[in-house]
Design a protein around this ligand. Structure first.
Ligand code: KE4
Length: 423
């Protein structure tokens, strides 16, 4: 496969941009390949600067649930652009996007638009602390919630201790306010509350984890989080940056029937443009400035061009609920091929159009299971698929994303390639 232009651009980019990329995973470091510099994308295809075309299962890490560059989204963006790029003032589009989100997620009584998932989580964490008057936040090993300091924390030694920084630049003093529990282990959450109970402001969770690879909540896990946070006067935050509008129009709450106090959103809400949001109970959101004393702001929050893309995307999803059954069927075909090819030498976890294959035997229901995967085997599979025109996330610990634009022919081609893979 020709990769000369990507190689040239990558070398030059590394002169000016750390690692040559503006987000680490894009550097393809863990798969030891040259990252593809993408020239353009349409539908379920992306084309790199060497004119190689791929069936895309990254979908910009989730936003492109309708496929790349849907005409009606482009038209909405063009109309918005012709009216101006940014005003720093309220616009009708922000109200329209808020109405769409609140209509699709009825537990979101009020929301604030921001510019990324990270900003949504950072703001929701500050709000939870401000509303409860408590400082500690409990998260789960293997869950990723963006790169705000409080979330770049890993488990300290021993069970349920205060976290330690997972990045240089995060002060120990701050990391100590983040507790780390085990995904799918209510017992670990109970232990944390026994130890820190009246200090915990909130529990934040990916209701379907997708940043250690896809790990599904076991029956009772989300319900257990809801009960213990309610009992202990802590807030429950669903980080639905990936699952929101992805696994159902109403996200994980629609799938699992558990209602959080706050939810964070990103990716699909912007239809590929930079939009994030946090929202939930009105009594909590009323603490956000300028109404209340929890400060949060943003120059480009609710940007008129970005909200136009989000409105067009969510409106389509709201009016075409049949898409989720189609995505379920497409995901089931991919899953079946993965299971057929790898049998019990690999684990496949899937919820609708979100899935991962872990190269290890047995089930994967927590971080420890996930990290015991054979990453060199994943890398061989990744390279094989890339060289045969299928673009997967360049890490064992990411997810496959399937879109409305993935054609039956391309799904079939993908399945054939999976089944023809030779170790
Ligand atoms: P952003 O700041 O990247 O918009 O969102 C952060 C975030 C928050 N919460 C969840 C559950 C997320 O998955 C993310 C970001 N997801 C990664 C993919 N695993 C984005 C890709 C990247 O970092 O380049």
């Amino acid at each position: 496969m020709i990769e000369e232009k990507s190689q040239e651009l990558f070398a030059a980019s590394q002169e000016l941009i750390p690692g040559g990329v503006n987000s680490p995973v894009r550097a393809f470091r863990s798969v030891n390949r040259i990252p593809r510099f993408i020239a353009h994308a349409k539908g379920d295809r992306i084309t790199d600067v060497d004119n190689n075309e791929y069936i895309d299962y990254v979908c910009s890490w989730g936003p492109a649930i309708l496929g790349h560059a849907p005409v009606f989204v482009l038209n909405a963006v063009h109309r918005a652009v012709d009216e101006g790029l940014s005003f720093g003032a309220p616009t009708a589009r922000e109200l329209e996007l808020a109405r769409l989100v609140c209509g699709m997620m009825p537990h979101v009584a009020s929301l604030r638009l921001v510019n990324s998932g990270t900003e949504a989580v950072m703001s929701a964490v500050r709000l939870a602390r401000g509303f409860t008057g408590k400082n500690k936040i409990l998260k789960f090993r293997g869950c990723y919630h963006g790169h705000s300091d409080a979330m770049l924390v890993k488990a300290g030694s021993g069970s349920i201790t205060s976290g330690v920084p997972d990045s240089l630049g995060v002060p120990e003093s701050l990391a100590g306010d983040t507790l780390i529990a085990e995904y799918n282990s209510i017992a670990s959450v109970v232990s944390a509350f026994e130890k820190f109970g009246n200090q915990i402001a909130a529990v934040i969770v990916e209701p379907v984890a997708a940043n250690m690879g896809v790990v599904l909540p076991e029956p009772g896990f989300l319900e257990g989080l809801r009960k213990i946070t309610s009992d202990k006067s802590a807030l429950l935050i669903f980080d639905e940056v990936i699952t929101g509008f992805r696994i159902a129009a109403g996200g994980a709450s629609e799938c699992y029937g558990v209602i959080p106090d706050l939810v964070t959103l990103g990716k699909i809400i912007g239809g590929g443009m930079p939009v994030g949001a946090y929202g939930g109970r009105k009594d909590i959101m009323e603490m956000v400035s300028p109404l209340g004393k929890v400060y949060q702001a943003g120059t480009l929050s609710g940007n008129p061009v970005a909200t136009a893309a989000g409105i067009a995307t969510l409106s389509w999803l709201k009016n075409h609920s049949e898409l989720y059954q189609e995505l379920e069927e497409k995901g089931a075909l991919i899953e079946a091929s993965l299971r057929k090819r790898f049998g019990d030498t690999a684990a496949v976890n899937r919820r609708g159009s979100l899935l991962s294959v872990f190269f290890r035997p047995g089930s994967v229901s927590c971080y420890e299971d996930a990290v015991s995967s054979d990453t060199s085997r994943f890398n061989r599979f990744f390279s094989y698929m890339l060289d045969h025109g299928v673009y997967l996330a360049p890490s064992q610990f990411e997810a496959w994303f399937i879109s409305a634009a993935h054609t039956a022919e391309d799904i079939r081609r993908t399945c054939d390639l999976i089944e023809d893979f030779e170790e």
